[in-house]
Design a protein around this ligand. Structure first.
Ligand code: 7RM
Length: 656
């Protein structure tokens, strides 16, 4: 175990934290020079670099061509001609060397944990693949998951990719309306859900709620239901709904299912994510490139060692869970933890209890969690032995230096490097991050691009920004796990990511690079907001608000929030004759919860007769954002058709 304290060296500009000698010596990449050398190789000769890395995976057939990029068609391909299987790489290939090693630890909210060795996980995955086959699931078919954080979710995903079926996981916290849209868009054949989810020790029905939308989902042939709780009466429609356990445990189901040979570029999964406008888009990820990239980033960013116990606290309904609970860790043969509960139940030391219980060595969470737990004070942390931790990670939003310091000192006891990892649903894996043995950390900076990632900062005009100058973060060339398209919407793929700076991947994040080349991510430049690390679209929330009978117009903006990072602030105008009160506020919040999910409920709703608009009738969200943030100076109001409304809105502003 690494006991030595991290050496803190203070540079003139900002405080830096270097890894301890022991950490460095044991790391895969041991120095900045080593990182730079490999990085340069990966940029100058990407095909050579990636071919070498790809040798670490198991292939049925090796590729003919490492990579190709047709800029005009926006067609990128990796490991073309190769045949591979994600499930095989996550399971079968470990059976000889680590069959009895724990692959998955499932920690329920309350009750007894479950552990699966690689052998056991392989067996249940095979059995469920056979169940899917029995229901006619074939390569390319879509299978939708709407589940709490239970092992069957991981098992089900691995069973899909084993057959080349495309999974689409819908976060269990989204509403059934959101689920319906996603099932319809992807034309899923099968839905896998649970009879209940557990929250604060209570079972909450899930499948019974889902029933309300199933009639509208014509593509669905079967609904497989996991029995999470015994105390819920679950309606099962004959011929359509089946129990997971009955299917999987049936005597007719075989323990083995051969992993299909899948073309490198075959889609592995769709994951819907919020965008600037309208409906969420179905981000499509590939098979070989995605697997390659999550495998490699997991290994280097988390400096993976065979004896590690890795815990990523995300929900699998988000990309972080896909890549760093399921695929990255299992492709490496790691032990990965999946936790069903929340950080504060039954007490605010739940996470630290788990770290202690399983001797977690690498812990990966979001800044919002760090801030929320910091608020409860050190005493909850000090109840537990956290000495197993050797590395910490952060993801989802910029981490403020105060939270970074608390994470570093109180959780990491000053000895664990923190990898602040920047990436997106679309990028499939981590793109900007420190490598923990090689890089001196600056709190709040995601540091440097990963191997093969050509990241740049561009000005509005598309020029390279100067050191210290803010700009747009772009990735100049495809990397293996770049999204391949937006499901059934290539135009949206092009417009969202490749139009602003033709041929380059546009991230929609603002960034600046300092004099030492460190990247500082400044956050979204579009209408996407990160609320407690959950990615939401203000346009979508506005849409939900105006779909309520009493609302005429709505403008939703982010407002700074101490714990959540950002909260949602809604300005709402009502239909003639209506006046807003507490009851309507709670009705509107619930309505948004119903349309999108509880995480999207605005924290504040301010009613107004008018919204500030330009002469051409465009709502000036920039001004509303300043008002919500409580700024005295809201910027230029000259172009407004109704500048007088600003004063009134400022006066009636609702503080947090
Ligand atoms: C992995 C994930 C993507 C957006 C992205 C950023 C923000 C994520 C960081 C970050 C600053 C980070 N996927 N973001 N990580 N900002 N520092 N380390 O979160 O698709 O749900 O969100 O999250 O704005 O564009 S996501």
């Amino acid at each position: 175990m690494i006991k030595k304290r991290i050496i803190e060296s203070v540079s003139k500009k900002s405080k830096r934290f270097s890894p301890s000698k022991i950490f460095r010596e044991n790391a895969h990449i041991k120095s900045f020079e080593e990182y730079l050398k490999l990085y340069q190789e990966s940029i100058e000769n990407p095909d050579l670099f990636w071919a070498k890395q790809a040798e670490e995976l198991d292939w049925f057939k090796k590729w003919d061509k490492v990579s190709s990029w047709k800029k005009t068609k926006l067609e990128c391909k990796w490991f073309e001609g190769g045949k591979i299987n994600i499930s095989y790489n996550c399971l079968d290939r470990h059976l000889d060397s680590r069959g009895n090693k724990t692959a998955l630890i499932w920690e329920p909210e309350v009750g007894k944990a479950k552990k699966y060795t690689y052998k056991e996980l392989h067996k249940v995955v095979c059995r469920f693949s056979n169940v899917l086959k029995k229901y006619g699931v074939k390569k390319g078919d879509r299978v939708c998951f709407y589940m709490p954080m239970i092992p069957e979710l991981t098992i089900g995903m691995l069973a899909c990719v084993r057959l080349g079926a495309i999974h689409s996981v819908v976060f269990g916290g989204f509403s059934i309306e959101s689920l319906k849209d996603r099932i319809i868009d992807s034309k899923a054949k099968i839905l896998i859900t649970s009879n209940a989810s557990l929250r604060k020790g209570k079972s909450i029905p899930m499948k019974n709620n889902v029933d309300a939308i199933l009639g509208d989902c014509k593509s669905l042939k079967k609904v497989v239901v996991v029995k999470r709780a015994d105390d819920i009466d679950t309606f099962m429609k004959k011929g359509r709904d089946v129990w997971w356990h009955k299917e999987v445990d049936s005597n007719n189901i075989d323990d083995f299912c051969k992993a299909k040979e899948i073309d490198s570029e075959h889609p592995a999964f769709i994951l819907y994510t919020s965008g600037t406008t309208g409906k969420p888009k179905g981000v499509v990820h590939s098979t070989a490139g995605y697997l390659m990239y999550t495998y490699l980033t997991f290994k280097y960013v988390f400096d993976y060692k065979e004896e590690d116990i890795f815990w990523c606290t995300a929900d699998i309904g988000w990309i972080t869970g896909h890549s760093y609970i399921v695929y990255g860790p299992l492709a490496n043969g790691a032990t990965t933890i999946m936790f069903e509960g929340v950080p504060t139940y039954p007490n605010p030391d739940r996470y630290w209890e788990i770290v202690d219980k399983y001797k977690v060595s690498v812990f990966y969470t979001a800044p919002t969690v760090v801030r929320a737990l910091e608020r409860f004070g050190k005493k909850w942390v000090e109840k537990h032995d956290l000495s197993s931790l050797r590395l910490l990670g952060s993801v989802g939003e910029p981490i403020n230096p105060d939270a970074w310091m608390w994470y570093h000192q109180v959780i990491g006891k000053g000895k664990c490097p923190i990898v602040d990892t920047w990436w997106q649903t679309e990028t499939g894996g981590i793109l900007i991050t420190p490598l923990p043995g090689a890089v001196d950390l600056k709190p709040g900076s995601a540091c440097f691009p990963f191997f093969g990632v050509k990241a740049s900062v561009l000005t509005e005009e598309g020029q390279k920004a100067k050191k210290g100058e803010g700009g747009y973060l772009v990735i100049e060339k495809p990397w293996p796990s770049m999204l391949r398209t937006v499901y059934k919407n290539p135009k949206r793929f092009k417009d969202t990511y490749f139009n602003k700076f033709p041929g380059m991947y546009f991230t929609n994040d603002g960034v600046k690079c300092d004099e030492d080349g460190y990247f500082w991510i400044m956050g979204r430049m579009d209408d996407v907001v990160n609320v407690s690390g959950h990615r939401l679209s203000t346009a979508e929330v506005e849409g939900a608000l105006v779909s309520h009978g009493s609302v005429t117009e709505a403008a939703v903006v982010p407002m700074p929030h101490k714990i959540k990072g950002s909260a949602l602030y809604a300005f709402v105008t009502l239909k003639k004759g209506l006046s807003g009160g507490i009851d309507l506020i709670s009705e509107l919040r619930n309505h948004v919860g119903f349309e999108i999910g509880p995480i999207a409920k605005p924290d504040r709703i301010q009613f107004t007769n008018e919204l500030p608009k330009t002469r051409s009738g465009k709502i000036m969200r920039r001004i509303l954002k300043a008002i919500a943030a409580g700024k005295e100076d809201v910027g230029n109001t000259m172009t407004l058709a109704n500048p007088e409304v600003v004063k009134k809105l400022k006066k009636e502003r609702l503080p947090l």
